[in-house]
Design a protein around this ligand. Structure first.
Ligand code: F0G
Length: 457
């Protein structure tokens, strides 16, 4: 067997620059120890997110040139609509400017004060849009997800007992839907099995509750299903996607991930009534229903991107690269969430930095140390991200305290992965000298991690 190689070659490059440790220490101070405040020019390898940071293909750039910028009835919208319907089976499409905008529009129709929305570790903007409406997100992820060393292949799965408990303990009118996030970002880019999705559908049918997908990384989820689930090896990614979406009533999408574009999102639905109500909110918040905040050319590039993202060869190279980095870190003894997820490697900060108390934000501390070490920017998935409880205003301490190293799609080479692994390993070597974390100086009411100001504790 031959070794694996990327199914593309590189046609255009963008220079990135190294800096010195002294420069980085100064820049961090100026950034109030919040990595979101750094200028991109101050970062050598940017692993803040895999969202909107990927490289488009020549075919997507070509599609961009032929976009139809008509306000209503754009041909590019038609192309996008037919592609989305072909891949997901959902006939009704509403474009939005990104994923959280899709959440805002859909939840304006479906979520009201006092509601509960069960699901598998809702993403932070999703939870934000639920809590902003004075409703609650209930995490029903299986317990295996919270043990980083458990090798269960589908750690994004929903625990059916926890879900049924929610269905039994709340009136039906207060459960607008169950939300399945594929892959589950917050628990480590971990996939949900087709079997689990089907079982969630059946249980939800029993209680009359709709099922929606947060589909940002649906193609990566389908790849894991193909590779890991019994009886799926011979099926194409597109077949698996079609079956998966057949168990839902609709989806929100952040096209910045598996749409392989830099900006965009959409809602796709089965239900005409929900579509009509959501159309009104789209017009108020986003734009007319055939563009919803997107340029025609961006819809054209997205239509091509959705097809490319659901090809096996692309997904194999994508997921293998993330796994390559994860395996290097495991070799160096660094504690990471296992199995390695689809879009990122998640480093376990609690066991990496046992000397830092949770009040001093271990995952944030690790992120800052890695930046100082090598100019690499990751992101904290821990207590800062988890925000305060909306009622008690106390810090919420999530089960895991992680540093996410998100890998942009088709952007970095495996030499970059080697560099990242060596940098993390260097920090790991000097972990016992890291004894002080950080404290909050100023924070906003919700989604604080984006703008929080910190100082050395
Ligand atoms: N759902 C999931 C699972 C996400 O990961 C994101 C974004 C969204 C919804 C919101 O989409 O950014 O287009 O508004 N995740 C990015 C990240 C920001 O870094 O993980 P958006």
């Amino acid at each position: 067997k031959l070794p694996y190689a990327e199914p593309f070659r590189i046609k255009m490059v963008e220079n990135i620059q190294q800096s010195t440790r002294e420069q980085r220490e100064q820049w961090l101070k100026e950034a109030d120890y919040n990595l979101f405040n750094l200028k991109s020019s101050q970062v050598f390898i940017d692993l803040l997110t895999d969202s909107g940071t990927g490289a488009m293909s020549d075919q997507q750039w070509a599609a961009l040139m032929t976009g139809d910028e008509s306000y209503a009835g754009s041909r590019s919208f038609q192309e996008l609509q037919s592609t989305v319907e072909r891949i997901t089976g959902f006939p009704y499409l509403l474009p939005t400017h990104q994923g959280r905008a899709a959440e805002n529009v859909l939840f304006s129709v479906l979520v009201k004060e006092g509601d509960v929305v069960p699901g598998n570790s809702h993403f932070d903007t999703t939870k934000g849009h639920i809590e902003f409406r004075k409703a609650h997100a209930i995490d029903c992820t299986i317990d295996e997800a919270f043990d980083i060393n458990d090798l269960y292949p589908f750690k994004g799965n929903i625990d059916l007992n926890k879900l049924e408990e929610v269905y039994k303990s709340h009136p039906k009118e207060n459960i607008p839907f169950c939300l399945v996030t594929v892959t589950c970002n917050s628990s480590g880019g971990q996939p949900v099995s087709l079997e689990n999705i089907k079982a969630v559908r059946e249980l939800s049918n029993k209680y009359g509750i709709p099922v929606y997908f947060d589909s940002a990384r649906f193609a990566e989820n389908a790849y894991f299903v193909q590779q890991r689930e019994e009886g799926q090896k011979e099926r194409s990614i597109k077949e698996i996607c079609k079956e998966m979406f057949s168990y839902g009533d609709g989806m929100t999408m952040s096209s910045k991930k598996d749409g392989l574009v830099n900006i965009g999102g959409f809602i796709a639905l089965n239900n005409q009534e929900v579509f009509e109500k959501a159309s009104n909110f789209t017009i108020i918040y986003e734009g007319f229903i055939t563009y919803g905040g997107m340029a025609g050319r961006d819809m054209a590039a997205l239509a091509v991107g959705l097809d490319e993202a659901t090809e096996s060869a692309y997904l194999e190279s994508r997921i293998s690269q993330v796994e390559y980095l994860g395996n290097k870190l495991i070799e160096y003894g660094v504690p990471v969430q296992k199995p390695i997820g689809g879009h990122a490697v998640f480093v376990d900060a609690l066991s990496f930095l046992p000397n830092i108390s949770r009040e001093e934000f271990p995952a944030q501390t690790l992120g800052l140390e890695l930046y100082i070490e090598a100019g690499i920017r990751g992101v904290e998935i821990g207590t800062l991200l988890a925000d305060r409880d909306p009622e008690t205003r106390e810090n919420r301490y999530p089960k895991l305290e992680l540093l996410r190293l998100a890998i942009p799609r088709r952007t970095y080479t495996n030499n970059h992965m080697d560099y990242i692994a060596a940098a993390v390993s260097n920090v790991y070597e000097r972990r016992n000298d890291i004894t002080k974390g950080y404290k909050i100086v100023k924070e906003p009411a919700i989604l604080r991690h984006f703008t929080v100001k910190l100082d050395k504790a």
